[in-house]
Design a protein around this ligand. Structure first.
Ligand code: GLN
Length: 498
């Protein structure tokens, strides 16, 4: 029982079905760990332990009555960007320090309907802007592999909670890498689906044309299980698309069952020199190349492809994302909900002080630069131009995919850096160089663990897929994980028993 938190989601499902343990025991196990160890990590902003315990008992009862939903009674937790009815939803900001959402995000409803038990809301960079979880109003999150290091961001709380063994899986959101980069920093697998695959209704908007929710877990199979209830068309999100409804876990099991000793025979993996460019840490490069070698040994063919210069992609993202953010965040005005300044003199004072006091520096920086890019005199020079470059980036990916099935790259140029390094914003933005193109194109991509640095910090490999090829991406990671054990390594905190 002391190692329940090291079990995979599949093992949890089987254990619950075979009555090796109950959902009440499982939930209790995770809550005890969170209570004993999250003081060191700070991954949770809000705990919903009491509701979770009640739901777990109900899940056990339903299972006894013959309820066969596979995820019934399996614990998880949500990034605090997803609205949860009756539960504090902060988005990592002082601006929403008192915001109790009146409704659930669609994915929250659907995960609930699948019978999963939410243990609470997870820490994140303020309004999902950042790469190290240091911009959260609720304090920095510590990496469970080494407490002096960042967990990545913006889904840093989600990554840290899974890596610490506080939940088997967690939701995240990814506008420019916020699922993949923290997954990479914390030794996890994390998938950002095709834009439109998962509903954005009730996910607090950062940059609406780039935002997409996804799942994080230790393995591709764990991600597959949580992504299942998140997937599907939602009439309340006009950008959610009606498409096929895959059965991810089934696809992964089928792929594994039919795989011979060369499971990747016929798979063409595109490698772009632009993704192994300057600034790439030597150990990260070595681990990524070793993983590619393993793919080759297992039958894959490596082909060279060309994609847009990542520095151009980076500039495009940091023009468009803040522009959209400046518009989205105009709703936080101190009037209807969220933070309101004390004793405003007049309406303008109310707006100005509520926003100046409620938003942190990174959010203010982006609202400022985004507003500038959208202003009448500069709109064409910055915003329109960036939109044109975005079109070229999409075209370049299309051309690359004419010659390959997936594209591989390091997820981030480095492993997790130290907490408190206080990177200047431009340096921090450079860390997003390999992940943001995917969002500008709307493609699906995942990060999977492929080794550790000499200092014992995880390294991730990114796989980018064609539109709607989530199953193929997850299979490509799953079959790799059948032949390697990087995803089975545990962080220092996960190894602690309570
Ligand atoms: N690090 C990137 C940024 O700060 C991506 C964030 C995200 O994906 N939400 O914008």
């Amino acid at each position: 029982m002391s190692e329940l938190h090291l079990l995979s989601t599949q093992q949890l499902i089987t254990g619950l079905q075979d009555k090796q343990f109950s959902s009440a025991e499982l939930t209790d196990h995770y809550i005890k760990r969170i209570n004993a160890l999250d003081g060191k990590i700070n991954s949770f902003i809000t705990h919903t332990s009491e509701t979770a315990r009640t739901q777990a008992k109900a899940a056990d009862e339903m299972r006894l009555q013959g309820d066969k939903r596979p995820l019934l009674g399996v614990p998880m937790a949500h990034k605090d960007i997803f609205c949860t009815q009756g539960v504090l939803t902060t988005c990592g900001s002082k601006m929403l320090h008192n915001f109790i959402s009146p409704y659930d995000a669609t994915i929250v409803t659907n995960i609930d309907k699948a019978g999963m038990i939410s243990l609470g809301k997870l820490n994140m960079d303020e309004f999902a802007m950042g790469s190290d979880n240091e911009s959260s109003y609720y304090g920095a999150v510590h990496n469970p592999w080494n407490l002096d290091h960042v967990p990545g961001g913006s889904s840093g709380g989600s990554a840290a909670a899974v890596a610490a063994g506080f939940v088997p899986v967690a939701t995240g959101s990814d506008t420019g890498g916020s699922i993949r980069q923290p997954a990479s920093f914390c030794g996890l697998t994390g998938i950002k689906p095709t834009y439109g695959r998962v509903s954005r209704f009730g996910m607090i908007a950062y940059a609406s044309s780039l935002d997409q929710a996804g799942s994080m877990g230790r393995s591709a199979m764990d991600c597959a299980f949580l992504l299942q209830p998140m997937t599907g068309h939602d009439p309340r999100d006009a950008t959610s698309i009606k498409y096929d409804m895959p059965d991810y876990a089934q696809d992964l099991n089928d792929a594994a069952a039919s795989a011979g000793d060369k499971p990747f025979a016929g798979l063409r993996i595109g490698v772009a020199k632009e993704y192994f460019s300057k600034g790439l840490d030597t150990e990260v490069e070595q681990a990524a190349r070793a993983a590619l070698k393993k793919y080759e040994e297992l039958g894959a063919t490596i082909v060279e492809v060309t994609i847009t210069d990542p520095e151009i992609t980076l500039a495009t993202y940091y023009m468009l994302a803040p522009a959209e953010a400046s518009s989205n965040l105009s709703r936080f005005d101190g009037v209807r909900f969220g933070y309101r300044c004390e004793n405003p003199k007049d309406l303008i004072d109310l707006y100005t002080r509520s926003r100046s006091e409620g938003f942190g520096p990174e959010v203010q920086r982006r609202i400022l630069s985004g507003t500038y890019a959208l202003s009448a005199g500069y709109f064409d020079a910055y915003y329109t131009k960036a939109q044109k470059v975005r079109r070229i980036i999409i075209k370049d990916f299309e051309n690359a995919f004419a010659n390959c099935d997936v594209i591989a790259s390091p997820t981030a140029p480095t492993a997790a850096y130290k907490l408190g390094e206080d990177l200047d914003p431009a340096t921090m933005y450079l860390g997003d160089v390999y992940t943001i193109g995917v969002n500008l194109a709307g493609l699906p991509a995942l990060s999977q663990p492929v080794g550790l640095t000499s200092a014992g910090l995880p390294i991730g490999l990114q796989l980018i897929g064609k539109y709607w090829c989530e199953s193929q991406l997850l299979c490509t990671a799953h079959l790799f994980q059948q032949h390697t054990d990087h995803h089975l390594q545990h962080s220092a905190i996960a190894k602690e028993t309570v």
